[in-house]
Design a protein around this ligand. Structure first.
Ligand SMILES: Nc1nc2c(ncn2[C@@H]2O[C@H](COP(=O)(O)O[C@H]3[C@@H](O)[C@H](n4cnc5c(=O)[nH]c(N)nc54)O[C@@H]3COP(=O)(O)O)[C@@H](O)[C@H]2O)c(=O)[nH]1
Length: 529
């Protein structure tokens, strides 16, 4: 993923990460407030149900007590007994005594609060009959619930059944077999009826709970707005948690983004995407002026087409160990790009740069071995270029380079003369080629003190039987000077800058056609014959 996409994804994740926990906490607060209110409503509906059962039980107890009395029915003693029972029993308004189904006397004497004909439809309950809502014809008298067993009827004010203390805004409805018996004071009958018939517990404007026992139900409802207080008190402690989580998420996103945007992460992705490619700088035989080889120089080719020079990423790649997979990609690139050329011309070579970590682990030799298998490239056509910086762990470097030599590869010491102990390495390492650093070649044109150093390096290399490559040749004078001192090969912008594989192959074929060494034009982009 490219930088801009990472930033967009990070901003989006940060926003979602910051807002989502707060929305979640608000949602949880709302659900908790709803659950709390529902429990609260359930407590009230259970309480209402208990009140109904208590009122009915009181009526039945009165009947049981009177049934066990064995005196003369409707005698003053009997009526007095019924009166006492009425006065002493909260729920009971009147007791009627019947003979042959007809009213014989009541706790009021001979009159009944149900004056006139009050035709009743009874429903069979457990051992008694009940008319849950008898509307007396006499205006001003509340609906009555009648319990009838044997010779007795007990009249209960239906309002008693819904007579519990409710919270403000609560409404209670009492039902028998789904039929509305009574509602609490101030309750809206339509609302209660609508709620009891609705299957949806999450009614939009009301929250309610229903408790049912036997044939009785109590529905307690309140407007959804009543949840607000609970919601705000939940939110008061849940929201800070959401803000805290959001804060942690945003910090994590920033941290991940910074890691993700770090040069190291970019490089890791570039390795995975195989964004590293190889350019080739020609190596020219100074005597024949023919291109006899190339130095493989890695380039980071980004998806937007920009090319990153190795100076900008090799130091970090070496520091982080990512140079190892980069070396692998260079090796594979060289074999892919140059196999045909190397097969066609057995004198042709390609030099591959190897860093300290490569030398220490020796792992690149396995990659090389594997890559060369079946390619028909001679191992002697591959030069391994190591700089003095690569000899930090000189013991491991010696082992690796000896192994490389044993496998047939040629060893070149790069940037020779720039380190403090170049001579010491020459003695210990199995070297074939010595590459004179550009700084000494530059001095040739300047007639400076170090210009004489180059002649000493050449003399010493010759004495050791090493082949010599002079690096960084930019002027014909430098080339003539080095040729005069019998330096074998030259490499530099005088001939060509490092070229992409395709351009390099064109370079050598042009050279062959022209029969002489082409020289690079001044901007390095093209080749002049
Ligand atoms: N471990 C690896 N290191 C690598 C690899 N590829 C490159 N490198 C090292 O990166 C450094 C910079 O390399 P680059 O930008 O490719 O520069 C090379 C040449 O372009 C430059 N050069 C060659 N001729 C001239 C010249 O006439 N003038 C001039 N100003 N510059 C010139 O020199 C660089 C090659 O140097 P050297 O390796 O010392 O031969 C550099 O240190 C590379 O080694 C890699 O695959 N692995």
């Amino acid at each position: 993923m490219r930088k801009s996409r990472v930033i967009i994804v990070a901003i989006l994740s940060g926003l979602i990460g910051a807002v989502l926990p707060m929305i979640t906490m608000a949602y949880i607060s709302w659900e908790r407030a709803l659950a709390k209110e529902r429990t609260h409503l359930e407590t009230y509906s259970e309480r209402a149900l208990k009140n109904i059962s208590l009122s009915l039980q009181q009526g039945l107890n009165v009947i049981s007590d009177l049934e066990s009395w064995s005196g003369v029915p409707c005698s003053p003693e009997h009526i007095s007994l019924m009166q006492k029972a009425t006065v002493n029993t909260r729920a009971v308004e009147e007791i009627d005594y019947l003979e042959y189904g007809l009213l014989s006397c009541t706790s009021w004497g001979v009159t009944s609060i149900l004056s006139g004909s009050a035709t009743s439809t009874y429903t069979n309950a457990r051992g008694y009959k009940i008319n849950v809502r008898l509307i007396p014809s006499d205006q001003g008298i509340q609906p009555i619930t009648v319990i009838h067993r044997g010779a007795y009827k007990v009249l209960i004010n239906a309002g008693r059944l819904s007579d519990i203390i409710l919270d403000d805004r609560m409404q209670l409805g009492v039902f028998y077999q789904g039929q509305l018996v009574n509602i609490s004071q101030g309750a809206d009958e339509k609302t209660i009826s609508r709620l009891v018939s609705s299957q949806d517990r999450n009614n939009e404007d009301y929250l309610y709970a229903v408790s049912t026992q036997d044939d009785w139900s109590a529905l307690v409802a309140e407007p959804i707005k009543s949840v607000d207080t609970s919601f705000y008190s939940e939110l008061a402690w849940m929201l800070p948690i959401g803000i805290g989580i959001g804060f942690v998420v945003v910090l994590s996103v920033i941290r991940i983004m910074r890691i993700r945007l770090s040069p190291m992460a970019e490089m890791q992705i570039a390795i995975a995407q195989r964004e590293f490619t190889v350019h080739y700088q020609p190596i020219i035989d100074l005597e024949t002026e023919e291109c006899t080889g190339a130095e493989a120089l890695v380039r980071w080719l980004r998806p937007d087409g920009t090319v990153v020079s190795p100076d900008q990423f090799i130091p970090l790649a070496e520091e982080t160990g990512l140079i190892l997979p980069i070396t692998d990609q260079v090796i594979c690139g060289v074999v892919k790009d140059m196999a045909e050329t190397l097969r066609k011309d057995r004198n042709f070579h390609v030099a591959i740069n190897i860093c300290a970590d490569d030398l220490k682990s020796g792992r690149f030799l396995d990659t090389l071995d594997h890559a060369l298998k079946g390619s028909m490239i001679n191992s002697s056509q591959i030069w391994i270029e190591a700089t003095e910086r690569g000899f930090i762990d000189v013991e491991s470097a010696v082992i690796t380079l000896k192994r490389a030599r044993a496998l047939g590869f040629k060893i070149a010491i790069d940037d020779f003369g720039t380190g403090y102990s170049s001579l010491q390495y020459l003695e210990r390492l199995p070297v074939n080629v010595l590459k004179i650093d550009k700084s000494f070649v530059d001095a040739i044109d300047k007639f400076s003190a170090s210009s004489s150093v180059v002649t000493h390096i050449i003399a010493m290399a010759k004495k050791l039987g090493l082949e010599i490559v002079a690096e960084g040749i930019e002027s014909p004078h430098q080339a003539d000077y080095l040729r005069a001192y019998k330096v074998d090969y030259a490499q530099g912008w005088l001939y060509s800058k490092a070229l992409p594989a395709h351009d390099f192959l064109n370079f050598i074929s042009t050279q062959k056609t022209a029969g002489e060494s082409p020289r690079c034009d001044t901007d390095g982009g093209g080749v002049a014959g």
